[in-house]
Design a protein around this ligand. Structure first.
Ligand code: ATP
Length: 351
């Protein structure tokens, strides 16, 4: 078993706090994704787990054992980075074998282990090639195989797909997901790409400025974001967030009026959130919560994204693929109260 525990882990660089009091238990076999914008402390967290960076405070345990003072090589973790880190003079076979040689693992087992790892990432036909003779996606698979071959307790992956083009990223992502299913090794995966996080993770940790914003399954984070930061970071497009006032269960902002919200004494300035796919174009004369001119229309193939202005903000509605309208046309939109999220305007916290 390889549970990874972070207890009150903190990292300071001089007076700057890159990671602030992070506590988290990553279960054995779990695929955990650290998600957040550039500079939020994801890589720093990963490097502390790997032992490449000291912690300023707190404790890290792998498999129950405190590892704060252990060298990276003694932590039984394997890392995959965005720049692959392959040896240019070694062919694919030798690159994959490298960790076995370094760890002085019985040489008679090398061939079998390398071939098995290569097969898992479908590299068996490229073993003689040097890194420069490979595509970006193939190089990334060599890096994955090199991590797999060690049969570590924990995989640490830092944006392993970020150097790949969009199409390759999608297929390699599926391959990583499949590998995790096959190998079932505890994995910590860093990305700033919310789609990667949603598709790969058992659980996601959303971070901002060194502070954890929410920890949950992809669906929990999508369906019940704990604050406006998470709501605005997850989903494509992100959740519509409209500032306005709430009184007696009725929200008002510009040309938008939503009634039937919980009347639970949260009256005052709030942010109302709703997802583009949960609102829809009103039918005929039925009452609508929003009536405004269309700001932009974007065809997406499977749907049409229609954007409107509410007060000072833009909000998007996902309409049918067949929806036809032009910029400036008036549009009436249904925003049922049941699909709305309420957030505190000052703190951003979910109400
Ligand atoms: P990215 O997605 O851009 O890689 P990240 O979330 O992984 O970002 P980190 O690399 O963990 O972010 O950096 C967190 C913060 O710590 C950043 O503000 C960064 O500037 C700072 N930082 C990282 N390494 C150092 C260092 N060696 N010295 C000083 N500050 C550092």
């Amino acid at each position: 078993m390889a549970e990874v525990q972070l207890r009150n882990v903190t990292k300071h660089w001089g007076g700057f706090t890159a990671v602030d009091d992070l506590s988290l238990t990553i279960a054995d076999h779990e695929f955990l994704v650290l998600l957040g914008p550039s500079g939020c402390g994801k890589t720093t967290t990963m490097r502390m787990i790997a032992g490449l960076s000291d912690v300023s405070g707190g404790e890290i345990r792998i498999d129950g054992r405190k590892v704060n003072a252990l060298e990276p090589k003694d932590r039984d973790v394997a890392m995959v980075f965005q720049n692959y880190g392959l040896y240019p003079n070694l062919n694919v076979y030798e690159n994959i074998r490298f960790p076995l040689k370094v760890r002085k693992i019985d040489a008679s087992t090398h061939r079998e282990r390398v071939l098995k790892a290569a097969e898992l990432v479908e590299l068996q036909d490229l073993l003689e090639r040097r890194p420069r003779e490979l595509s970006g996606g193939q190089r990334q698979r060599v890096a994955l195989a090199r991590a797999i071959v060690r049969e570590p307790n924990v995989f640490l992956m830092d944006e392993p797909l970020s150097n790949l083009d969009a199409k390759l990223r999608v297929s390699t992502r599926a391959q990583i997901k499949n590998l995790q299913h096959e190998l079932s090794v505890t994995t910590v995966y860093v990305t700033h790409d919310q789609i990667e996080a949603m598709t790969l993770a058992d659980r996601v940790v959303v971070m901002n400025r060194g502070v954890v914003q929410q920890i949950g399954t992809p669906m929990e984070i999508y369906d019940r974001p704990s604050n406006t930061f998470v709501a605005g970071f997850i989903g494509s497009p992100a959740m519509n967030l409209i500032e306005g006032s709430l009184a007696g269960g009725v929200f008002k902002a510009g040309d938008m009026r939503v009634s039937g919200l919980p009347d639970d004494g949260r009256d005052g300035d709030v942010v109302l959130g709703f997802r583009a796919e949960d609102a829809f174009v009103a039918d005929g004369e039925e009452p609508a919560e929003l009536e405004a001119a269309i700001y932009s229309v974007e065809l997406q193939g499977d749907a049409t994204m229609v954007t409107m202005r509410v007060g000072g903000e833009l909000c998007s509605i996902k309409a049918a693929k067949s929806f036809e309208a032009r910029i400036g046309d008036p549009l009436r939109v249904r925003i049922p109260s049941g699909i709305c999220h309420r957030f505190d305007k000052k703190t951003g916290a979910r109400l």
